[in-house]
Ligand binder design. Structure first.
Ligand code: NI
Ligand code: MN
Length: 226
């Protein structure tokens, strides 16, 4: 799978011929120089929760690409009122799409939408197909529920975890999360975007390496392949 990082928690993952865009927050990201989103044309947009640093660019990108939004029921309904096609999920449920299976899993966080509407409860996604299986955690603290992922999903090839602390788990807890989900290849996100979540990146990488795990920090705008 090809994984492009736009900064914060925004990733474009290409699997087969399908493009999946996660938590689009580009035009308002103070750390991104190239804020142009007019050429981003995903097939699906996946939103972990209702906070604006995860959904700010959904409306524009969904309208220009006709992408289908996959999120919880409350968020897909809120965007449905804006004319965007959605597929609603709720915790513990999975659904099959032409690109693979998506399961909506627990996250410990909050999820109010920008206008104060109820954004449901926040979640993460586990996605699998013939190419592999990965976990996009969204914003979450460390939770014992992560232990359910290896019990209920195929073996993870990689996982995208928040490591910036303050609003989510920090990298010290993310190492424990990697143990819970039985995955040694972790891509970090949700760090350095604002003052509250600035981290020592070398210390984070070392914390993972000391536990026999790999922490991958992708430069904003770069693509890797796993
Ligand atoms: Ni959040
Ligand atoms: Mn966030």
């Amino acid at each position: 799978m090809k994984i492009k990082f736009f900064g914060h928690s925004t990733f474009l993952i290409e699997t087969g011929s399908t493009k999946l865009l996660f938590d689009p927050f580009i035009s308002g990201n103070p750390k991104i120089e190239d804020k142009n989103i007019s050429d981003i044309l995903p097939d699906y947009i996946l939103a972990s929760h209702g906070h604006s640093d995860h959904i700010a660019d959904i409306e524009e990108i969904a309208k220009q690409s006709s992408a289908t939004l996959i999120s919880n029921y409350e968020i897909t309904s809120w965007y449905g009122n804006k004319g965007i096609t959605g597929h609603p999920l709720n915790h513990g449920g999975k659904a099959s799409f032409e690109f693979g299976t998506v399961k909506y899993v627990n996250a410990i966080h909050t999820s109010a939408l920008p206008d104060g509407s109820n954004g449901g409860n926040p979640g993460g996604f586990v996605i699998w197909n013939d190419e592999g299986c990965f976990y996009f955690a969204g914003d979450t603290g460390l939770t014992m529920d992560m232990k359910l992922i290896p019990m209920t999903c195929p073996k993870l090839d990689f996982a995208i975890l928040p490591i910036g602390d303050n609003f989510t788990m920090g990298y010290e807890d993310a190492v424990i999360a990697a143990d819970f989900i039985e995955c040694n290849k972790i891509i970090g996100c949700h760090y350095d975007t604002f003052g509250y979540i600035e981290i020592d990146k070398q210390a984070a990488i070392k914390t993972f390496a000391d536990r026999g795990k790999e922490l991958i920090l992708i430069d904003s705008g770069s693509t890797i392949e796993i």
